[in-house]
Write a protein that binds this ligand. Structure first.
Ligand code: UD1
Length: 418
């Protein structure tokens, strides 16, 4: 198992290129199950979660080849419809296999993802919506068994705007009989990116990026060539890194419309931000001001940047309040930030942070993907020696070569085998 070692105190300087989005790439890869032929995908990040979805799909008979920066995917010979527990348990997003497999083959057996470190995270809304489209779904010893003839279009209202739920239903609906309307749909850019991929495959979709998506089922799809959007969470992590280290970095290959809520908050914290042709220039202030945030579905402040923003507020000049309103129990990074000297009180879904002049180095343990990034950000400014971040496999699920990118910006950071 690896750990990341950081000697804090260096302001980051230079430029960094953001990788393709994990959360867009995952449904785009599973969308390739909807029709045969070779799909050609680019800007796919090199991440553990991508390897996991490829392993599950390979086991099912899907072929992958990598050539000249493209990931090519072919599902002509799918022979197995099961996503087994031992793989699904490492990646909740495996549920994204359900919609496309059911739509194309009329049956699927996917292990229930179960709970995870950030709360219960059920998939009841996915299952309810698929049932409304005519699927028969049984839960059997921890597995979802789903059957359908031809799915039929209908009106679906999501009680909560669920990102992967909206994506699953988009994929299920593109070849369904008739029209499907998804109401209270997720508006996240990754949903829009999936819809663009599906349109490139011949789907008829309108309204993605709003809370009402209309899909007219088509008889045939075709293989597509598609480039995945940049990872807005990785970009946001680097923006916060520039500010927390009082550095100055240029962030390339990212999109300002995806990061409006974070930009607003970083400017309120005193950061200087300038748009460039393909991203931003970010400069940290001498004094970081405290600001409050509340996580919300897009275009609100992303829950996937909450932990990183908390690291920033730990070294701000006063008190700040962070409210987590997307997930329950998403403050597990707090106890580890406290080990680095952060002063944080938790009350339910609210965290009250008293900014400190400095943090100090300590060994800490990553508890989930975004928590790992927050500990590394804190480690970049921790004083008095080495911060070691253990259980770094969480980080490798969702950040491509994060420590190498930070090192290229002048940070003293490296990976060690334990
Ligand atoms: C996706 C992202 C994740 C991000 C999250 C919120 C991927 C692979 N993951 O996760 O990084 O943190 O969106 O932006 O894209 N809910 C239910 N029932 C359901 C589905 C969801 O109650 O059937 C609840 C969840 O518990 C949560 C809320 O809805 O409280 C939103 O979750 P959701 O948008 O579904 O998150 P994911 O799609 O799992």
């Amino acid at each position: 198992m690896d750990k990341i070692v950081i000697e804090g105190g260096m302001p980051l300087k230079g430029s960094v290129r953001i990788s393709g989005s994990k959360n867009a790439a995952l449904p785009i890869i599973t969308a390739c199950l909807l029709t045969g032929g070779w799909h050609k995908l680019s800007n796919i990040p090199r991440l553990k979660d991508i390897e996991t979805v490829k392993s599950i799909m390979s086991k099912m008979g899907v072929h992958f080849r990598e050539e000249a920066g493209y990931l090519e995917v072919n599902s002509d010979n799918l022979r197995d419809f099961e996503a087994p527990y031992d793989l699904v348990k490492t990646m909740r997003a495996s549920i994204l296999l359900l919609g496309p497999i059911l739509a194309r083959y009329g049956k699927a057996r996917i292990s229930l993802p179960g709970g995870c470190a950030i709360g219960a995270r059920p998939v009841n809304l996915h299952l309810k919506a698929l049932t409304e489209m005519g699927a028969v779904i049984e839960l059997d010893h921890g597995y979802i068994n789903a059957y359908a003839g031809k799915l039929r279009g209908c009106e679906i209202f999501f009680d909560i705007p669920t990102v992967t739920g909206t994506e699953n239903l988009l994929m299920a609906a593109v070849t369904a009989r008739g029209k499907t309307v998804l109401r209270n749909a997720a508006k996240e850019p990754e949903v829009k990116d999936l819809a663009s991929m599906l349109r490139a495959m011949g789907a008829d979709i309108e309204g993605d990026g709003t809370d009402t998506i209309v899909i007219n089922g088509v008889d045939n799809l075709r293989p597509a060539e598609y480039s995945v959007m940049p990872d807005r969470i990785e970009a946001g992590t680097f923006m916060i890194a520039g500010v927390i280290t009082r550095g100055e970095i240029e962030i390339h290959n990212c999109c300002s419309e995806h990061l409006g809520a974070l930009i607003e908050k970083l400017e309120s914290a005193g950061a200087f931000m300038r748009l460039t042709s393909d991203g931003f220039l970010v400069k940290g202030p001498d004094v970081i001001e405290s600001v409050d945030i509340r996580t919300m579905p897009f275009p609100g402040f992303p829950t996937d940047l909450q932990a990183q923003f908390m690291a920033l507020m730990s070294v701000a000049s006063g008190w700040s309040m962070i409210r987590e309103s997307v997930f329950e129990n998403r403050f597990i990074h707090v106890s580890e930030l406290r080990r680095l000297g952060a002063e944080i009180d938790i009350n339910g879904n609210q965290a009250l942070i008293k900014g400190k002049e400095s943090l100090f180095s300590a060994p800490v343990m990553a508890t989930d993907l975004r928590a790992s990034a927050s500990l590394i950000l804190a480690g970049l400014v921790a004083e008095g020696g080495r911060t070691e971040v253990h259980r770094i496999y969480h980080l490798d699920r969702g950040y491509e070569a994060l420590e190498k990118k930070f090192a290229s910006l002048g940070a003293s950071i490296w990976r060690e085998k334990v």
